[in-house]
Design a protein around this ligand. Sequence first.
Ligand code: ZN
Length: 436
Amino acid sequence: MISQNTIQQILSRIDIVDVVGEFVKLKKRGASYLGLCPFHNEKTPSFTVSPAKEIYKCFGCGKSGNSISFVMEHEKYTYVDALKWLAKKYNIEIEETFATDEQRQQQQSAESLFIINAFAQQYFSRILFDTDEGQDIGLSYLKERGFREDTIRKFQLGYSPEQRDAFTREAMGKQFNPDLLVKSGLVALRNEQYVDNYRGRVIFPVHNHSGKVLGFGARILRSSDKAPKYINTPENEIYIKSKILYGSYQARQSIDKADECLLVEGYTDVVSLHQAGIENVVASGGTSLTPDQLRLVKKYTKNLTIIYDGDAAGVKAALRGLDLALEEGLQVKLVLIPDKEDPDSYVNKVGASAFNQFIQRNKKDFILFQLEVALKDAGSDSAKKAEVVTRMAETIARINKAEDFTKQQDYIKQCSEILKIDEAGMHALVNKFIRD
Ligand SMILES: [Zn+2]
């Protein structure tokens, strides 16, 4: 982190006219400067800079702030990167420290958010099981979906009542900080009043791998075109979507035992499969996987089986991000769930053993699957076929060679056969991509 001392030095040296002037041509007008706004399109200048107040303001689009926020906004920098840019501009040497006040504060916020989430999780569970509204609406909905009570308790599902501020009152009564409650996403500030954010919804707590609650997914009970199906915790110090795999806490031992991780899309898919006895399953919360999520999987196993229920176009889009998994040294397999079913509905329809059998029989190697899809697309078009060859070579080149040399050789052989091309040629092409 940048030390407070350095930050002070930067702040004392900043000249806002000088900083903004790097990007905007400014003309002096009385005590201020005027220029064309860099944040919206305009022909007559309405962007003003006040050196006395050390702020800028645009009377066209309303953007305003100080030197640091200008650099952040204009260059799309983080706060720290903006400071670094300014330090460079003013030849200030950056002094780094370990824990700054800012970091300590972040750490404190994170700890408080964990406490708030734990409190909220217990509250929502209590409402679900111990109140009339919870039982009549929340619990009956979950049971209708086929969830047993032991499953509901295992995943710590809950219910948030309809009353506009039921949770808010409870939390405020316990002296929780309103700003942190808003940050947690549990409470919202509307018309200057604190109200509950997840009213009349069933609650899926999202745990980290050690069982602490990072945030929540709140699902609507009746379909409505106005309201979103799920409201999720906003990004904060502990809820970082790109680093979360739903169900990893409940699944980790089974993943370890099976030496395979099944990946599905949604919360209910995970819960249903668990209930059916298929416990080595997590959800990414979307169709694509982030590098952090892949690394999380790799902590438990190298074998990742992705269960898709999307249409062909969706699957193709998802495939693109998976080259990353190869670099991480993961063995990726894919399964497509039969038409119009998702893992949740399919396991309920056919039962656990048939579901398992289906997965084991139909899972396909990611690279060969990709080849199959691409070849089908190319048809008899020879230019497109050549593209497929190049694309496959590129993918194979990304296999982590240090970890999987023989695997790479195998793929070159198999793909050459399927593509009906010379194996040595494929070899050369792959090596070319490795060098690049
Ligand atoms: Zn503007």
